[in-house]
Design a binder for this molecule. Structure first.
Ligand code: KG4
Ligand code: ZN
Length: 336
């Protein structure tokens, strides 16, 4: 029953978590507000903010868990993918702890961790059985994953251009909403009509995705409407958000459905920041019911970036004896 301390620092969240036997004892997330002024994440500023927050985050995670440093059996960190300077902060800190405490070091792939967030143990919550499919949708990635074992994952489909989170964030930017716009599109959609405006569904073969055409069509649509009515966005915000959200969601779920049919799998998960989207969660539940799937959705706190998902992944690597040396280097690209 290992106790693991995990650090996540791949982008703009400095996060730390302690887990014991798949149960999360603490989950601390310090979001970096500084990027709001720039309309996106500034890598250099992210690295600096991680340096400032990492000790308070780890300290808070230990305190919340009720554990002390000497009770930790292994130290885990996000090794890939992400902003290199940001990853280096978490990697360096985890290495120092492993060295100082003479305990194993575990490197985790962030995208695999999003998937394994569905395996976090919680009273009354079921976990998927192998093999299962996972639609992993975040700010940087969009993937359909076939997971045949805890650490065995195959990418069946991925985006050819923008990620699903980027599709949300870029359409939000066109509407003049601040970064990150995904949660705001979700919020305004709640009072909107999903059928009011029609946006094109990309025609991409197989299980891959593309969102750049949708983004361009959306931009032209808004520009045209504003020529006719300069207040078009303000007067129709809810309907615009609901319509574009519904299209992004249908693109994602149509491919997931195709993957489920092709692989004859009925254990289906979603994961990543965009899996917090209420439209996606609702339509996923409906599609699951229609197809007789067992569906799994992480709790909100485990959808967007967090260290609990790094901790649960490290738990499985610990069981498998997969450790890193102190020479381990982070990578900006996914290793999965
Ligand atoms: O997984 P995540 O926290 O970070 C990455 O690994 O990229 O995902 C962040 C993405 C952002 O694009 C954000 O706009 C999107 O997830 N997001 C949402 C919602 N919450 C977060 N998109 C739509 N609806 C939401 N409720
Ligand atoms: Zn993420």
């Amino acid at each position: 029953m290992p106790t693991i301390l995990a650090i996540e620092s791949s982008c703009d969240e400095t996060a730390a978590s302690v887990c014991e036997d798949r149960v999360i004892l603490s989950n601390i997330i310090f979001s970096q507000k500084i990027h709001e002024h720039y309309g996106g994440v500034v890598p250099e500023l992210a690295s600096r903010a991680h340096l400032q927050s990492i000790i308070p985050a780890v300290d808070a995670a230990l305190k919340q868990s009720g554990k002390i440093l000497s009770e930790i059996d292994a130290f885990a960190f996000t090794q890939s993918p992400g902003l290199l300077g940001a990853l280096l902060v978490g990697a360096g800190f985890a290495k120092s702890l492993a060295l100082a405490m003479n305990k194993p070091l575990i490197g985790i792939d962030h995208m695999q961790a999003h998937v394994l967030a569905n395996l976090i143990k919680k009273d009354g919550k079921k976990i998927p059985q192998f093999p299962f499919l996972c639609l992993t949708v975040s700010g940087g990635h969009t993937q359909i994953i076939l997971c045949t074992d805890y650490l065995k994952m195959e990418v069946l489909g991925k985006t050819l251009d923008d990620a699903a989170g980027e599709a949300f964030d870029k359409t939000a930017k066109i509407l003049g909403l601040p970064y990150p716009g995904g949660p705001l599109i979700d919020k305004y959609s709640k009072n909107g009509d999903t059928m009011k405006y029609k946006f094109p569904e990309p025609k991409i073969a197989g299980l891959d995705f593309s969102f750049s055409g949708l983004k361009t069509a959306f931009l032209y649509f808004i520009q045209e409407q504003k020529k006719v009515n300069s207040n078009f966005i303000e007067e129709n915000l809810a309907d615009i958000c609901a319509s574009v959200q519904s299209r992004i969601v249908s693109v994602l779920l149509n491919k997931l459905n195709k993957a489920a049919q092709q692989n004859n799998i009925k254990e289906i998960c979603i994961a990543g920041g965009v899996s917090a989207n209420s439209g996606l969660r609702e339509s996923f539940a409906q599609m699951g019911e229609e197809n007789g799937w067992n569906i799994f959705v992480p709790d909100f706190e485990y959808c967007t970036d967090n260290a609990a998902m790094i901790a649960i992944s490290a738990y499985y690597k610990y069981q498998a004896g997969e450790f890193e040396t102190l020479a381990a280097v982070p990578s900006a690209r996914t290793m999965s």
